[in-house]
Design a protein around this ligand. Structure first.
Ligand code: 5GP
Ligand code: ZN
Length: 114
């Protein structure tokens, strides 16, 4: 989608620090990390948010969690623990309107859920 920053990252029009890529999923380091490990796992298909998820996306979302499982081991935060966050909509604090999963870890994370 035009004017979507993550679509531009997927098309390599904007540089990013990519840590994983397949035909339908990309993962890269957040440009403004809030934890020592802060990775965004993103479906290459432009989906605005969780609100726009379709039944046909089920397997894609399952694969995203498999990628997360792999990445936390690579980053060596699987044993110390981590958090996966999906922000949705205004109240959820979603800034980029392309579905993405934050992986946060490498330190004791603060507020659980607020
Ligand atoms: P949201 O608030 O939408 O859940 O999270 C968007 C995230 O994308 C933020 O953590 C922000 O730092 C990150 N971000 C925004 N623009 C870019 C970019 O151009 N490159 C990278 N790597 N991360 C970005
Ligand atoms: Zn997009």
């Amino acid at each position: 989608m035009e004017d979507c920053i993550f679509c531009k990252i997927i098309k390599k029009e904007i540089p990013s620090n990519i840590v994983y890529e397949s035909n339908d999923i990309i993962a890269f380091r957040d440009v403004n990390p809030v934890a020592p490990v802060h990775i965004l796992v993103v479906p290459k298909k432009h989906i605005n948010s969780l609100n726009e998820l379709l039944p046909e996306d089920e397997q894609l979302i399952g694969r995203i969690y498999t990628v997360i499982n792999t990445l936390v081991k690579e980053e060596e935060i699987d044993k110390t623990g981590f958090r996966v966050v999906v922000n949705c909509g205004e109240d959820g604090g979603q800034e980029v309107k392309h579905l993405h999963f934050h992986i946060l870890g490498g330190k004791k994370l603060g507020t659980k859920i607020s």
